[in-house]
Design a protein around this ligand. Structure first.
Ligand code: DGL
Length: 287
């Protein structure tokens, strides 16, 4: 019998941030082929307006569909906040998983009831964030901080700038004595050592990559490549299977492919090849 075609999962972020979600996705979907778009040529998303973000996310979604993606993971809080609703309305039968700041787990884990949220200004001004706060922030003191410049410093690997911006943007959280900090941007897990140092011991950092990967696996589970129920082919231990037999991962970037390859090698210990992303504006619509 022919081997089944792998499920193709499109993943994107404004740049390298979504790489903080890829290991969890690989563990939860070991047989899937991941196609990752780093839109580094247009980062930072967090300082763009909503109309621009919606348009850009539609162009990337169209590109990922043209690559055969059966579903899409928006590995970007800013893109999810601005465009998930519009994308889901446009593609009602195409599963789309977004990522949101983990206010709920942060509040649950806060013994003091004081929580910090680090995110982009576009995420913090969104109605999705307002709703998240209303649903899960009840009863807690929430210090939300727009971390302007931090995603870009991470994108550029500028460590002195990362350290300076982390110290600056965590000041209000230190002053408030929060004991739980949400990393509400997928770039920020790459600044974890600096955030931990700035916040000091005993402060819990919340990252939602595992939750997103679990959600992606739930959405993917009932589908085979033809959209019908797949037979149960799960290995006994998917993580072991992924390590032995890694499914292919494809990388595209609107920035410098060598920079993305170097970032993946440094932070994930993955040796990857990245391709230049075509000009999406010039691509013919059709999907
Ligand atoms: N990584 C993105 C997020 O999760 C945004 C970074 C940017 O501003 O481009 O929000």
């Amino acid at each position: 019998m022919d081997a089944p075609h792998p499920q193709i999962v499109g993943v994107f972020d404004s740049g390298v941030g979504g790489l903080s979600v890829l290991p969890a996705l690989r563990r939860s979907l070991p047989a899937a082929r991941l196609v990752y778009v780093a839109d580094s040529g247009h980062a930072p998303y967090g300082e763009r307006d909503d109309a621009w973000l919606v348009n850009r996310c539609h162009l990337i979604a169209r590109f990922l569909r043209a690559q055969g993606a059966h579903m899409m993971v928006m590995a970007c809080n800013t893109a999810t906040a601005a465009a998930a609703h519009s994308l889901r309305s446009h593609y009602p039968h195409w599963p789309i998983v977004g990522i949101e700041p983990g206010i709920k787990p942060a509040v649950q884990h806060s013994a003091l009831g004081r929580v910090g949220v680090m995110a982009t200004s576009a995420t913090l001004r969104s109605t999705r964030f307002e709703r998240l706060l209303a649903e899960h922030g009840q009863g807690a003191q929430v210090v939300a901080q727009a971390c302007t410049g931090l995603a870009m410093a991470i994108e550029q690997g500028d460590e002195p700038q990362i350290e300076r911006l982390v110290m600056q943007h965590t000041q209000a959280m230190r002053d408030a004595g929060v004991d739980s900090v949400v990393m509400g941007c997928t770039h920020y897990p790459f600044a974890r050592p600096w955030i931990e140092r700035a916040m000091g011991p005993g402060v819990n950092l919340v990252d939602t990559a595992d939750a997103v990967a679990r959600r992606a696996a739930q959405v993917a589970l009932p589908m085979s490549t033809d959209g019908h129920l797949a037979p149960d082919e799960s290995p006994d231990d998917p993580a072991d299977d992924a390590a032995r037999n890694p499914a292919p991962c494809e990388f595209w970037t609107s920035g410098d492919p060598a920079a993305l390859e170097a970032f993946a090698r440094r932070w994930l210990a993955w040796t990857v090849t990245a391709e230049p992303l075509p000009d999406l504006q010039a691509q013919q619509p059709g999907c």
